[in-house]
Ligand binder design. Structure first.
Ligand code: PMP
Length: 495
């Protein structure tokens, strides 16, 4: 017989007391799968309570997945253990997900497993991490952001809890339009779309263009997340080599004639992965070439704010009188990526078309986070934070370059010396004993870096490493370069 007790004087409602006791008995295997529970009438009589209280308890147990209910019969204990452990035992379910996945999504799945598989893993904490482009969390302005979040909710109230405007929170769009003027970009609020990080901005543009047989001109090497995405949408990447001064524009011109791309994707400032920034003349020629061919440019200004030294070069978008440039920006690389807020700036019709695509997948970006970021920017925190980040990362970049000069033999590698951003690109010279797996060799020396193959569309015979200093302080950078030097030394003089 099922032994239960109820305490009428407890603050806990009686039905909850019944639920808790039956749950405990199921967990303790006093009640076994398939076993019948008493009818509502019998249990109610036994406990001297109302039948509806027992019925409520049974409903709750059913909702929690502990019992099965069927009309006219007593509840039975559900076989939960078996359900829970099928996955634990690694048994395959009924559906063959690989066979069901489209070839496009199978490709993106393979890329997910191949590109930086360690990204986001916590178990590599002992390694000095030059692989991640995440920011140094120790610099996050947590308290001021928390206060802004609070103020935003207080000021805007329930309005923040709705879906909100499809193109984004009006005051934030206005702020971004004004801020872009500081970079020479003249756009109105209508020409701004807020996105869920700039990654979504890139995704929306590729989706707008996706059609079988189309091609997109990209820099080679390029941002590793763009290649799988283009292929997912059936867009064929056409690789344009990156030289010391940026994308090879003669090669681009030839590719335009040959491949008729529908877009040029470029990162003119602190390019990912090379860290290269193109000069004014390069930008003018790129724009004029694309104007001649009525070819839109997707300009990714992901690290636009992070200029540490030398003359500022304005974005290509700043010269864009014919409105062919779609400019993509983000808060991720100067503030923090966790808010997932980026933006696109483009001709109004283009923005409206992108809003439509956005609407049917994402509906709208999070109002609460947009309002908090707006409060953060509006109250001057953002400018102060950028100042702080410049001071910190200017020193960090100098430390990294000095450490490379000091510890890496020029016979082992050459590297770029960026005037901003977080990325240094190392081209390794062929060592006498190249390791079978560079990642493994680096890990054995306590350091990790992104390897070059992530950034090319095809296998490259050369070996590259991308060092990101964004998550590291000066001490970690110096120690990381020393570890890297030890790994390279081993590849060059194994004994
Ligand atoms: N563009 C480039 C070149 C990037 O490296 C990244 C992320 N590292 C992004 C866009 C996307 O960043 P987010 O979505 O965080 O704005």
């Amino acid at each position: 017989m099922l032994l239960l007790t109820v305490d009428e004087h407890s603050a806990e409602p009686i039905y909850r007391q019944i639920v808790a006791q039956i749950r405990d008995k199921i967990a303790g295997r006093v009640l076994l799968p398939g076993e019948k529970l008493p009818s509502t009438r019998r249990l109610a009589d036994r406990l001297a309570i109302h039948r509806s209280t027992v019925a409520t308890a049974y409903q709750e147990l059913w909702a929690l997945g502990f019992v099965d209910l069927s009309p006219g019969s007593c509840p039975r204990v559900r076989d939960r253990m078996q359900m829970a452990t099928a996955a634990d035992r690694g048994e395959k379910g009924l559906i063959d997900w690989q066979a069901l996945s489209s070839p496009a999504s199978e490709n993106i799945w393979q890329a997910h497993r191949r590109i930086s598989p360690q990204a986001g893993r916590e178990d590599t904490a002992a390694l000095i991490n030059f692989a991640s482009l995440d920011m140094d969390r120790r610099l996050f302005p947590l308290e001021s952001f928390r206060a802004c979040l609070d103020r935003a909710v207080k000021n805007h109230g329930e309005a923040l809890l709705g879906y909100g405007a499809r193109a984004g929170f009006g005051p934030l769009r206005e702020y971004i339009a004004r801020r872009l003027q500081g970079h020479g970009i003249s756009v109105t609020t209508d020409e701004i779309l807020i996105t869920n990080g700039s990654q979504q901005g890139l995704d929306l543009v590729f989706r707008m263009l996706a059609a079988p047989g189309r091609t997109v001109a990209i820099e080679s090497p390029t941002y590793s997340y763009v290649l799988p995405l283009l292929r997912f949408y059936g867009l064929t990447p056409v690789e344009i080599p990156v030289r010391r001064d940026g994308m090879d524009l003669d090669a681009l011109e030839a590719a335009i004639a040959r491949e008729k791309p529908v877009l040029v994707y470029t990162m003119p400032t602190f390019q990912n992965p090379t860290g290269i920034t193109t000069g004014q003349a390069h930008r003018e020629r790129l724009l004029s070439l694309c104007e001649t061919h009525r070819l839109p440019i997707l300009e990714d200004g992901f690290e636009e704010e992070m200029k540490y030294s030398g003359r500022v070069v304005l974005p290509v978008k700043s010269m864009d009188k014919r409105q062919l440039v779609i400019y993509c920006g983000t808060f991720s690389k100067v503030l923090f990526p966790g808010v997932r807020i980026g933006w696109l700036a483009a001709e109004k019709e283009c923005v409206e078309r992108l809003v439509a695509i956005h609407r049917f997948s994402e509906i709208a970006p999070s109002m609460i986070l947009q309002a908090a970021i707006h409060e953060f920017c509006q109250s001057g925190h953002y400018d102060r934070h950028i100042g702080r980040m410049h001071r910190a990362y200017r020193k960090r970049m100098q430390t990294a370059i000095r450490a490379l000069q000091r510890h890496i033999d020029p016979a082992w590698a050459e590297w770029t010396e960026p005037s901003g951003g977080f990325l240094i690109w190392l081209k390794l010279k062929q060592p006498p004993c190249p390791p079978a797996d560079w990642q493994a060799l680096l890990a054995a020396h306590g350091v990790e870096a992104a390897t070059g193959s992530d950034f090319f569309n095809w296998e490259t015979p050369e070996t590259y490493l991308r060092l990101s200093i964004s998550p590291l302080d000066e001490g970690e950078i110096t120690a990381g370069v020393q570890r890297l030097a030890a790994a390279l030394r081993q590849a060059h003089c194994p004994d």
